[in-house]
Design a protein. Structure first.
Lengths: 237, 291
């Protein structure tokens, strides 16, 4: 749990690498953020918690027929290969517009959850007394509990592929990784989970030999190693 | 539009009594004769977050599987699970869940195997309920104990490794339906991307199997297609009512979904689910495999 500076003006809260800009308000239980726009209306989107829990979104249903909405109401649903959830408005009001960019490309929500991947804008009068909405600094304990409860681990990039290798030797894992990367385009990000205590040494050497990028390495509280690898070089083997 | 609407609500399934829709559930939330159970592969990010008010949780890994050997839960454990969750022999048990109702279908198959009388599936599963923004709750109810006594297992709904070996190769009379994705069928991948944790040593499919991915049986909203569409889908691949059919996938959950379609919606008399599926077949020494 630490506050890190970023290119934004504010100090952002980071928990398990999940980032929470401090200039936004959070509805922690629904994984929602809200930003007050200059005209007083609200822009609403999802947090990195939901993005990393779900993985890349494949489908979205924006409820275009809705006009007046009440706090907690579902205004959209988003779906990835492994998760389906509702986007619930944290305030009551009138829907101004949905983000047209995510309609065509739901992956934008994952790519820029706090920016271009916003979901909906709502004209509202009750922002001042919006109960339960808190700044990241105020909600840090709740956010931490939420991440723990959902067992989420964020990374520098959202993985395209997952490779679970618990109970097998790292050399076997790396053979699978080579096989996988051979079929995937440059830029593919793979999340590897291993319980092999020598995994880190081997994967550093592997990345060096294969000229691929090792983006991130970490060990979680269950002593599992997590590696994030990006394909940089076309022919991997 | 009129035509497609009437087609959407096609109710001429052979056994319509095993399927209820979300509106039926909404009207029976307080019905003491109805017990609703959410069957999840991933309860942490589903049931635990919110569920249909009054629904109990069946955690697929912990509750529907034997804790020691690789098998479905024992008959005694099934009786205990149901009784503990307020189910009695005359209860209407309705199942729904995450991952497109795959694990709800698996549990349905398990309870039918053990002869539970009135078990049903909520069409469209957890996803449809949330899509319709129907009420959800985080509450877990204190239930008074029920009393379930199950009969002897009905082996006519379950196929084992030897059963598959016996019929393999006789495509005409005994079709094997592989309901996994085309990439799993061809061996390009050994586990679906949505939960990649369990692999087999080899990729491919059982020799002679026909690939009809489970998802072809449902619409975009996860509800089952009409009888006419389903008959056309399976019929065009030679999987007809007069055959002895075995369905399989990777761990037997998606194939339970197709088993449900063939056995109950289309009324095929002889269809078995091979729950050992690819994680058994693709790991055995010298089992015949095609890619």
């Amino acid at each position: 749990l630490d506050f890190q500076s970023s290119c934004r003006e504010n100090w952002n809260l980071k928990i398990r690498d999940c980032e929470f800009p401090d200039d936004l308000l959070y509805d922690v239980g629904n994984d929602i953020w809200l930003k007050t726009l200059p005209d007083g209306s609200a822009q609403v989107g999802i947090t990195t918690i939901l993005s990393f829990l779900s993985g890349w979104f494949q489908r979205i249903n924006l409820k275009q027929d809705l006009v007046q909405v009440t706090r907690g109401q579902s205004v959209a649903t988003i779906e990835s290969a492994r998760h389906f959830s509702a986007v619930r408005t944290p305030v009551s009001g009138k829907i101004r517009r949905f983000n047209p960019a995510i309609q065509k490309n739901p992956r934008l929500i994952n790519a820029a959850p706090y920016g271009d991947g916003w979901v909906v804008e709502i004209e509202t009068k009750d922002l001042s007394n919006s109960v339960g909405l808190e700044k990241a600094s105020e909600a840090s304990e709740k956010l931490q509990n939420r991440i723990k409860e959902l067992k989420v681990q964020c990374f520098a990039k959202l993985p395209d592929e997952e490779l679970f290798s618990v109970g097998s030797e790292c050399s076997a894992t790396l053979a699978n990784l080579d096989e996988l990367l051979a079929q995937r385009p440059v830029g593919t990000v793979v999340h590897i989970v291993s319980d092999d205590p020598f995994a880190e040494i081997e994967i550093v050497r592997w990345a060096d030999q294969r000229k691929q990028i090792l983006l991130e390495t970490l060990q979680d509280e269950n002593n599992l190693f997590h590696f994030l690898v990006e394909k940089k070089t076309a022919s991997s083997t | 539009m009129e035509v497609s609407t009437s087609k959407m609500s096609s109710k001429n399934y052979v056994h319509p009594e095993v399927l209820v829709d979300t509106n039926w559930i909404a009207q029976h939330l307080e019905d003491p004769k109805v017990r609703i159970a959410e069957v999840d592969y991933d309860p942490v990010s589903n049931y635990n977050q919110a569920h249909i008010p009054g629904a109990v949780l069946f955690d697929w890994r912990k509750d529907i599987n034997d804790p020691l050997r690789r098998d479905i839960l024992s008959q005694a454990a099934a009786q205990e699970l149901l009784s503990r969750n307020g189910v009695s022999n005359d209860t209407t048990l309705v199942l729904y869940g995450d991952f497109n109702n795959w694990f709800a279908a698996f549990a349905f198959w398990v309870f039918k195997y053990y002869g539970f009388k009135d078990v049903r599936i909520m069409n469209g599963g957890r996803k449809k309920w949330i899509e319709e923004d129907k009420p959800l709750s985080k509450d877990v109810l204190e239930l008074s104990r029920g009393n379930v006594v199950l009969s002897r297992p009905d082996e006519s709904v379950r196929a084992y490794l030897d059963d598959v070996r016996e019929v393999m190769g006789d495509k005409v009379n005994n079709p094997l339906v592989d309901v996994r994705s085309p990439k799993e069928f061809s061996g390009e991948i050994t586990a679906p991307p949505e939960y990649p944790t369990e692999h087999a040593q080899r990729g491919g499919h059982i020799a002679g199997a026909v690939n009809i991915p489970w998802g072809q049986a449902v619409r975009d909203d996860g509800t089952f297609k009409s009888v006419e569409e389903l008959e056309a889908l399976y019929g065009s691949k030679g999987v007809t009512k007069d055959k002895n059919v075995i369905t399989y996938c990777r761990i037997g959950e998606r194939s339970s979904h197709t088993w449900f379609v063939l056995k109950y919606l289309l009324g095929y008399p002889n269809v078995r689910n091979y729950d050992g599926s690819w994680t058994e077949w693709g790991n055995m020494i010298r089992n015949p495999i095609e890619k």
